[in-house]
Design a protein around this ligand. Structure first.
Ligand SMILES: Cc1cc2nc3c(=O)[nH]c(=O)nc-3n(C[C@H](O)[C@H](O)[C@H](O)COP(=O)(O)OP(=O)(O)OC[C@H]3O[C@@H](n4cnc5c(N)ncnc54)[C@H](O)[C@@H]3O)c2cc1C
Length: 494
């Protein structure tokens, strides 16, 4: 019999909601603590820049039990994703479980009992509360990276503004201003394009090096999900536990695979005017595909080509009043610097001795299946397996985690098995596929299907594929995954 647990879910974003639902469905007592004033995490409107929209198409950014509304566009806007998440939380009875304005500040192992004593800060008070299990769902985009350059105080004292990308929530603020955007992620190019649309008097984007980006429609015609989200494409990447036969097949197919990637690069160069703009990356596209491969912001490359956005390679070196000085010596007249420099990953509330067990000195996470660490008992991580379809990744991780916590996985791993597997994965990331080490190794793209197959096999799903042939050429189908999850043995904690 599985004992009912009191579970603390930290965070009420996509992953926290998925984890809370998974634990609740199995009969556990769930408490969600969210430091913000609303649910949704990165999709919470006060945290999103104007015009933000998903990179994933809507049928690939949804929970298995609930499609996005029919009238949503293929790539929903941030406010629509937020409304979708709210509806999901309401329909599944999660809203009353959320304690807003409550931040986990630290935690300790409980004395004489399993679980954790969690320090919760709310309304100026800090109180300790005991939980049997903690699901950490704090995302990779919670702690801003702070970047301060010499002269910033003088720049702001003279009326200039320096904002992190997440603080750019009102496009009216750039009207008539000279704007410098630092970074080259999706947020950076989204903000640069939005600044042009919003009447900035000049927009400069400063980037370290060009990266391959994927347009919403490859060749202007084919939705990228039909090419980049399919098993047939995924198997072109060598993975971590290929049997001898598969390695042999890879060697034989190497020239064809190589030609395939070069053809894609040529197509993208042509479509996105990469030569004309000087923004053609030098690294082969296949060596860079991971969660940091951005989707093209519509209009971005056209604006660079026609001069509405000036792109300069380098970084910010310093500021002077009214001027941003770049590492190559260029002086850019500016009223505003928008720093799209990303986020720090980490779990700051974990005690240091456990943080050392979780994160290696080079920043790589020790997480089995990107969910659990054998040396961090009564704890798991949901949404750390980020992907190109993170709602589904988080939901599968949530379902895996509750079974792991209950000892109910079909393939419940031993501590030794977990550590051995973690070591194999770390070796592979460090030596064979460095691109898999981005964000501390917390990204399963482009190996979605392989990762999902592993989770479903562990969970004990009896059904894991529909039509093996057709599935090679179609993106992950959330409805089908609902069926796979439902095919695993049922149980409830009591
Ligand atoms: C602009 C943008 C666009 C994106 N588009 C896509 C996309 O198209 N497809 C895709 O797959 N992914 C996309 N992502 C990635 C996105 O982060 C994930 O899809 C997903 O939303 C992450 O959800 P999460 O719940 O794991 O994390 P978050 O959304 O970051 O939520 C974490 C929550 O934890 C809370 N929290 C953190 N620390 C504490 C604490 N100590 N105590 C209490 N609460 C805490 C935070 O306040 C937050 O609400 C995008 C990200 C951004 C920023």
């Amino acid at each position: 019999m599985v004992e009912k647990k009191k579970v603390c879910v930290v965070g009420a974003g996509v992953s926290g909601l998925a984890a809370a639902h998974a634990f609740r469905q199995r009969g556990h007592e769930v408490h969600i603590v969210e430091r913000g004033g609303d649910l949704g995490g990165v999709w919470e409107p006060s945290r999103s820049y104007p015009e933000v929209q998903t990179q994933s198409p809507k049928d690939l950014y949804r929970y298995t039990s609930m499609p996005m509304p029919d009238d949503y566009p293929e790539w929903p806007k941030g406010t629509q994703v937020h409304a979708y998440l709210r509806t999901y939380a309401e329909r599944n009875g999660l809203v009353p479980l959320i304690r807003y304005g409550t931040k986990v500040v630290s935690m300790q192992r409980r004395q004489g009992a399993r679980g954790w004593s969690v320090e919760l800060a709310a309304g100026g008070n800090v109180a300790s509360e005991d939980f049997d299990f903690v699901a950490v769902c704090t995302g990779n985009f919670s702690e801003k990276r702070e970047l301060v350059h010499p002269g910033q105080d003088d720049f702001t004292a003279a009326g200039g503004q320096v904002l992190h990308s997440s603080e750019y929530t009102d496009s009216a603020t750039v009207k008539g201003k000279r704007v410098v955007v630092l970074g080259f992620s999706k947020s950076a190019t989204d903000i640069a394009v939005n600044a042009v649309h919003s009447g900035a008097s000049g927009v400069t984007i400063v980037y370290l090096e060009p990266v391959w980006r994927i347009p919403y429609f490859i060749g202007g015609l084919i939705n990228f999900k039909r090419i980049l989200y399919v098993r047939a494409q995924e198997v072109m990447f060598p993975n971590w536990d290929q049997p001898l036969l598969a390695r042999l097949a890879h060697s034989v197919a190497k020239p064809f695979v190589w030609a395939n990637w070069r053809a894609l690069e040529s197509l993208l160069s042509l479509q996105l005017k990469l030569k004309k703009t000087g923004l053609r990356p030098t690294k082969p596209i296949e060596s860079t595909i991971n969660c940091s491969v951005p989707i093209v912001t519509p209009g971005f490359f056209d604006m660079v080509a026609d001069g509405r956005i000036k792109a300069i390679q380098g970084t910010i070196a310093s500021y002077e009043p009214g001027t941003v000085i770049l590492s190559g010596g260029e002086r850019v007249a500016a009223d505003m610097a928008l720093l799209a420099v990303g986020w720090k990953s980490g779990v700051p509330f974990l005690p240091e001795e456990y943080r050392r067990k979780l994160v290696e000195p080079d920043g790589q996470y020790r997480l089995y299946r990107v969910i659990a660490n054998p040396d961090l008992p009564d704890m798991g991580f949901v949404g750390f397996n980020s992907s190109f379809c993170t709602v589904l990744s988080a939901e599968l991780a949530g379902n895996w985690l509750v079974r792991y916590a209950d000892g109910m996985l079909g393939r419940q791993p031993t501590r030794q098995e977990m550590n051995d597997n973690i070591d194999v994965m770390l070796h592979w990331k460090r030596n064979e596929r460095p691109a898999a080490g981005v964000y501390g190794g917390l990204c399963v793209a482009p190996y979605h299907f392989k990762h999902f197959d592993e989770l479903l096999a562990d969970i004990g799903a009896r059904k894991r594929r529909r039509n093996a042939l057709a599935e090679n050429f179609t993106p992950p189908n959330a409805d089908a995954y609902a069926g796979y999850l439902a095919s695993a043995p049922d149980y409830r904690a009591a």
